[in-house]
Design a protein. Structure first.
Lengths: 168, 752
């Protein structure tokens, strides 16, 4: 099936098997292998990408459902020569070890800041009427869909706070 | 042959003139990892478009395949081949080692009709796309003759036997010493099967370049993977070019290869095009090794004032029917506390389960969950502080071998940790502290993990730009190998970090044992220092003998290396100008380190102390880790940042061992019940409170020329026991069956 997806700002038209997930379309067809396959059924978060600005698990979504959508992957956030502030913060805080969950963590973290900024509450939000404060508890709650088996969790919290400061 | 005495001699790393050693520099490969541009095995770009292979796992644990119907799969769109034991390409029989020095024997795939464990790959589909391969894999029909799997570990503990070649170790007379002890503890702890759950499932991509099999895979040890594949394929070892440059977690589970690598190589040869094969997440649980369950009986005898008079851990564990692995959960206790009468040993049961094998801190990770709780229980029975009980039994020399310790700062770890954590605020009487609905408690545990050094080689090059390149068949599984090798190279050659390149994870590079047993940095780093010293000598000789160099004629041994400049007193030039003029093609030298002949004269370990505060909800039985601190003594630290990440990561594994992590066996099918990350509970962000690790400033000059030790496994050792002890302090009941889940804890609280 012909599907056109805008990926990292460029329109890409693919002729896809309808069974192809968005994750496999990115990895196997567009050679954007930054999005990782950790479980292939929405439990680990390694495949997290932004679709129209919102974070989703790319493995749980068929590519043909995204005709006309705008997808941002880790490759769209920055490059080794020009890191996104969140990428730089992860590097500075050593918020990863093996690095396999890292692109998903970073995409998730970028979206998290947007959600907090927009005032979306979470399970950890104490005051549902005011501005959401970016506390450690908020970060932990909102990042719990991204597993890091190396368990860089404290450093990930530190990186997100660092990036939030840099982006503010 | 070197001697431990040589390790104390100064060298550029211990001199640390640039201050790079110890510094928390960013990960060398970090910019690639945070941008998604580090290619893991399945993501390597092959020379032509790849075909996709998908494995079919067995749905029984024990029996034979009596019929295969592959017609529907073969007729499925895009399918190029369907293999089972009936038509798999020829391979060497299992265990073949044609080359006597091969570090691993053959491991054929689809070798016969026998099913040895649930999830064993029993068929393989090759197709043009991943979707076509996955769809066809579901169409392969296998008929089994099933035998009842023997998987009941706890039901046959009485049948456990001494592992071949492993004797119990008894010092003094344990039975008598224990019988006569005024205070006694005799309790049994259980730990469950655990799965590694590396974020990157095992995967390989292979293609053939003439007679050479080029393969990228995800493995912790390069040479055994290369040799094992060559033996399986019946080709020269040099005809396998194996690379493993980025590895999405290992934790011991990737210390060996699995069927993906062989199937990718065979498939690529069959099709004449690249083939890639990956395990699914579910298949990882059965298709790769696990940490086996244990039952540990701990007996402690002591005087009324807390002097241990008798100590024993006896561990019963299990491994695969044809396997040889023993989870040595008792071994660490041989060096931890003084006691005149001691008994340690292991018993093993063979089961029809998938392979048991090493997982992060094999032995310690399970064993410390018992003894370090037993010490807590004994301390309470004696009315002593748990730290004071441990200090009272601190040995002056190794309590079993009588060898001196190379360096042992366990007491300092406990004392400094207690102060930093606020241990004096702990009420020794359990069940006294409340914070809202939460019952709050504090616990601590000691940590010990052996320190090892293995032989390794490395090469160092310098080019005309003064850039140093380290090459070594080492791996980085997230440990920081790339980074610490770069730091050692920069410090040894006196160049900025930006002028160092590191190439690892390649079978064509000088061999190193790889990552495991927390020996990686010390082993690879010692070889790197040796190679770096050889390059210094080559550069110094070049300068001294080059009439164009201001250093010409000078004594080569007087040449200094700093900031990319070589000098003898006030005569100097840049490293780049010397090489560009005198050796424009660059220089390359090799170096090697072999452990000192007398290294075994010392008892060598890494140490630590864990402190944990938990909250327990008395209504639901839920435990929350609120804050945790580890203080560690692991020799000189090369990189504060990466070492700390290793330690905190290990501690979090310990929290999970105490609270959530474990797999259950389904006796009906011989399978593991938890087959994904929703049911096998590794920690997520919300599970982990405030947690940090600090490292004592020390250097162990008996360990290796760098004075460093490992940290990758130390962090988990004892960590779970600190959590369990905190739970007891919070609620006043002991659960000795890990993990301490709400059902068990609530049941114990209600029963009290």
């Amino acid at each position: 099936m012909k599907t056109t997806i805008t990926v990292n700002g460029a329109a890409r038209t693919l002729d896809l098997d309808p069974r192809t997930t968005l994750l496999d379309a990115l990895r196997e067809h567009l050679r954007l292998t930054g999005s990782k396959k950790g479980c292939d059924h929405g439990q680990c978060g390694a495949c997290t990408v932004l679709v129209n600005g919102l974070r989703i698990n790319a493995c749980l979504s068929l590519a043909v459902m995204h005709d006309g959508d705008e997808v941002t992957t880790i490759e769209g956030l920055g490059s080794p020569e020009k890191l996104h502030p969140m990428q730089q913060a992860f590097l500075t805080e050593d918020a990863f070890q093996c690095g396999y969950c890292t692109p998903g963590q970073i995409c998730s973290a970028v979206a998290l800041l947007g959600e907090v900024e927009a005032g979306w509450p979470s399970q950890a939000t104490q005051d549902l009427t005011g501005k959401v404060a970016l506390t450690d508890e908020e970060i932990r709650e909102r990042m719990s869909g991204n597993i890091c088996r190396c368990s860089a969790y404290p450093q990930i919290v530190a990186a997100i706070k660092r990036a939030a400061g840099a982006l503010a | 042959m070197s001697s431990v005495a040589d390790y104390a001699l100064p060298n550029p790393v211990t001199d640390n003139r640039s201050g790079l050693i110890g510094k928390g520099v960013d990960r060398y490969e970090g910019p690639l990892k945070v941008t998604g541009s580090a290619p893991y095995a399945y993501e390597v770009t092959p020379p032509s478009p790849p075909a996709y292979g998908v494995m079919v796992p067995a749905t029984i644990a024990c029996g034979r395949i009596i019929a295969v119907d592959a017609k529907a799969a073969e007729a499925s769109p895009g399918v190029a081949a369907v293999w089972t034991h009936l038509n798999a390409p020829e391979q060497a029989p299992r265990g073949t080692r044609v080359h006597p020095r091969s570090t691993a024997p053959s491991r054929p795939v689809l070798e016969d009709d026998r099913v040895r464990f649930f999830g064993q790959p029993v068929a393989f589909v090759l197709a043009d796309t991943l979707e076509n391969a996955q769809a066809a894999a579901h169409l392969v029909q296998l008929t089994y003759e099933e035998q009842t799997p023997d998987v009941d570990f706890h039901g046959q503990l009485a049948k456990a036997e001494q592992p071949p070649g492993e004797e119990d170790v008894e010092i003094g007379d344990f039975a008598n010493g224990f019988a006569q002890s005024p205070a006694k503890l005799d309790e049994t702890w259980c730990t469950p099967i655990q799965n590694h759950c590396q974020m990157e499932p095992c995967a390989s991509i292979a293609w053939w370049d003439g007679e050479t099999c080029v393969v990228h895979t995800s493995v912790q040890m390069v040479k055994p993977a290369q040799h094992g594949l060559a033996e399986t394929l019946k080709i020269d070892r040099d005809a396998v070019h194996l690379m493993t440059r980025y590895i999405g977690g290992g934790f011991g589970g990737k210390g060996q290869t699995y069927d993906d690598i062989t199937l990718a190589a065979l498939g690529a040869r069959f099709l004449g095009r690249p083939v890639k094969v990956a395990y699914s997440r579910q298949h990882m649980m059965h298709g790769t090794i696990h940490r086996p369950a244990t039952v540990q009986r701990v007996r402690l005898g002591a005087t009324k004032d807390g002097q241990l008079t008798a100590m024993s851990i006896m561990t019963t564990t299990h491994c695969q029917r044809d396997g040889h692995f023993t989870e040595h959960a008792s071994n660490f206790a041989r060096s931890l506390y003084a006691a005149p009468n001691r008994l340690t040993g292991h018993r093993l049961i063979h089961l029809d389960l998938p392979g048991a094998g090493p997982m992060r801190a094999p032995g310690e990770a399970s064993g410390m969950l018992s003894l370090e709780c037993a010490m807590d229980e004994l301390a309470e029975a004696l009315g002593m502080d748990p730290i004071e009980l441990r200090i009272k039994n601190e040995p002056e020399v190794d309590p079993e071998t009588g060898k001196p310790f190379s360096l042992r700062q366990l007491v300092r770890c406990m004392r400094e940790g207690a102060q930093l954590f606020g241990w004096d605020r702990r009420n020794p009487r359990p069940g006294q502290a409340r914070d809202g609905r939460w019952m709050v408690g504090m616990g601590m545990a000691a940590a010990i993990r052996g320190n090892f050094l293995l032989p390794a080689k490395a090469s160092f090059s310098v080019d005309r730009h003064g850039v140093i390149t380290v090459r070594q068949g080492m791996t980085d599984i997230g440990t920081g190998s790339y980074t610490v090798l770069a730091q050692i190279a920069a410090e040894t050659l006196g160049v900025p970090l930006a002028d160092v390149r590191v190439e690892i994870g390649d079978s064509e590079l000088p061999p190193a044992p790889g990552s495991g047993g927390q020996f990686g940095a010390a082993t690879a780093g010692s070889a790197a220092l040796a190679a770096g010293m050889n390059l210094r000598k080559a550069i110094a000789d070049l300068a001294a003998n080059d009439p164009g160099s201001p250093l010409h004629g000078g004594p080569a041994e007087a040449v200094t290396f700093q900031d990319g400049v070589i000098a003898i007193a006030n005569r100097s030039e840049s490293l780049a100008s010397l090489i560009a003029r005198a050796a424009p093609e660059g220089l390359t030298v090799e170096g090697e380190h072999r452990p000192a002949a007398d290294a075994r004269n010392w008892s060598q370990h890494t140490y630590g102390a864990h402190f944990c505060e938990v909250g327990v909800d008395p209504v639901t039985g839920e435990t929350r880790m609120r804050r945790m601190l580890g203080v560690f003594a692991a020799g000189r630290i090369i990189n504060y940042k990466t070492a700390r990440s290793q330690l905190t990561g290990g501690m979090i594994w310990g929290v999970a061992s105490a609270l959530t992590e474990g797999n259950a066996v389904d006796p009906r099918y011989g399978s593991l019940v938890n087959q994904d990350l929703a049911s096998y509970l590794v920690p997520v962000q919300a599970d982990i409170g405030e947690l940090d690790a600090i490292m004592l400033d020390e250097a162990d000059d008996k360990a290796n020329p760098l004075g460093i030790k490992g940290v990758g496994e130390l962090g988990i050792s004892g960590a779970g026991a600190a959590v369990a002890n905190a739970i007891y302090n919070a609620v006043g009941v002991r659960v000795r069956d890990y993990p301490i889940t709400p059902d068990k804890l609530l049941g114990a609280m209600l029963a009290r």
